[in-house]
Ligand binder design. Structure first.
Ligand SMILES: *Cc1c(COP(=O)(O)O)cnc(C)c1O
Length: 363
């Protein structure tokens, strides 16, 4: 049997008719950028995230970069972010000329709130919390720290559409919640797409101006903006995905619990979930000392797996200028050396999952 680490065709097939109807509707509408599909989606997504307003943008990196920019994060500012994240979180900071300050993660792979305050300096402007793999850290603590120290809070929600902390949805805690709808995300488009949500309607209005060349009124450019618009086709198709968001999440939670019940191999450490967090399982990430051997073993049996992420941003070539070296963030580096994401996608069959579990238990 072949089991891919992730696949998007199954998720498409689950709602094929609705996607195809929507695609035809958009094609036949004669309107493809900044129209009703987008404004409807923005309204629906704000409602889904329990925020006041939403602005669609071109992708998740743009969401992070633009949110930071509109919040006034720039040169000379420091932003605290967890070390074990995808490079985009960090680029959202550095594209604005600000400096990332890395924080070690806890056992749940999320930023460790007990280590944040020691990193605060007079230059600290914000905390960027990344809801990695679809889970959530202790947001009460993160919000308390930001409030007490007067720091902005940016949430990187790219992997966690619908995840909650004590029943409250991610994206609604911070000054801005930044989402990616990259096709493989839990709520995925059929191309690049992203969004920013906020309780601050004025901020979202600024984002909408910035994303369209800094212009609200045609040919009147009030700020130096960019072109980062979420197109009508993606916005329309995302409405279909959003209608089924609860089912999509329920299915992933069921898959995760089958792994948790079924994997019985002392060589594998299963993911730990913090009490209070209800994750949406963008990835099901195990740890293994013999990770590379495990990956190879699975591959020989036709099972795909992925390392999220093999090189932590502080060791990335592009950030050599920050002057970090191996050993600076031992927990982050240990995770980079031991984590492995198991196959996880909507439409995964019980047979496929049983095959993966059986292989894992024989390793
Ligand atoms: C996918 C992802 C992004 C970036 O999203 P794109 O749409 O690919 O630009 C940012 N942060 C995290 C944590 C991600 O997983």
């Amino acid at each position: 049997m072949e089991v891919m680490a992730g696949r998007m065709d199954r998720g498409f097939m689950q709602y094929q008719k609705e996607f195809e109807d929507k695609a035809l509707e958009v094609l036949r509408s004669g309107w493809y950028i900044l129209g009703k599909q987008l404004s409807d989606f923005e309204e629906q997504f704000a409602e889904y995230t329990h925020t006041k307003a939403c602005a669609g943008v071109g992708n998740g990196l743009d969401a992070l970069m633009i949110a930071c920019r509109m919040l006034g994060i720039g040169p000379g500012d420091e932003v605290i972010v967890q070390g074990n994240t995808y490079i985009a979180s960090v680029m959202g900071i550095t594209m604005n000329g600000a400096t990332p300050v890395f924080c070690e993660p806890g056992e749940d792979f999320q930023i460790d709130p007990s280590k944040v305050e020691a990193l605060i300096t007079p230059r600290t402007k914000a905390v960027m919390v990344v809801h990695l793999y679809g889970a959530v850290t202790d947001m009460d603590e993160i919000c308390r720290i930001c409030r007490e120290h007067g720091l902005l809070l940016v949430e990187d929600c790219a992997q966690a559409h619908g995840a909650t902390w004590k029943g409250k949805g991610i994206g609604s805690f911070g000054d801005a919640g930044c989402f990616s709808f990259y096709p493989s995300k839990n709520i995925g488009a059929f191309g690049d797409a992203g969004a920013i949500v906020s309780q601050d309607e004025a901020l979202i209005r600024k984002v909408k101006i910035f994303r369209n060349y800094g212009s609200e009124k045609r040919y009147y450019n009030q700020m130096e903006g960019t072109n980062s618009r979420l197109d009508e086709m993606q916005a329309g198709l995302l409405q279909v995905r959003l209608r089924h968001a609860e089912e999509i999440t329920r299915e992933r939670r069921a898959l995760a619990s089958v792994y948790t019940e079924g994997i019985k191999n002392p060589k594998l450490l299963l993911p730990k979930v913090r009490e209070g967090c209800d994750p949406v399982w963008h990835q099901y990430v195990v740890r293994c000392k013999e990770r590379d051997a495990l990956m190879e073993y699975l591959k020989e049996r036709g099972i795909g797996s992925i390392i999220h992420y093999p090189i932590p941003p502080h060791l990335a070539e592009c950030y050599e200028r920050l002057g970090h070296k191996r050993g600076d963030y031992p927990i982050t580096e240990h995770y980079a050396d031991t984590v492995l994401s198991l196959p996880m996608y909507n439409g995964m069959t019980p047979e496929e999952q049983a095959y993966v579990i059986d292989a894992l238990n024989r390793f």
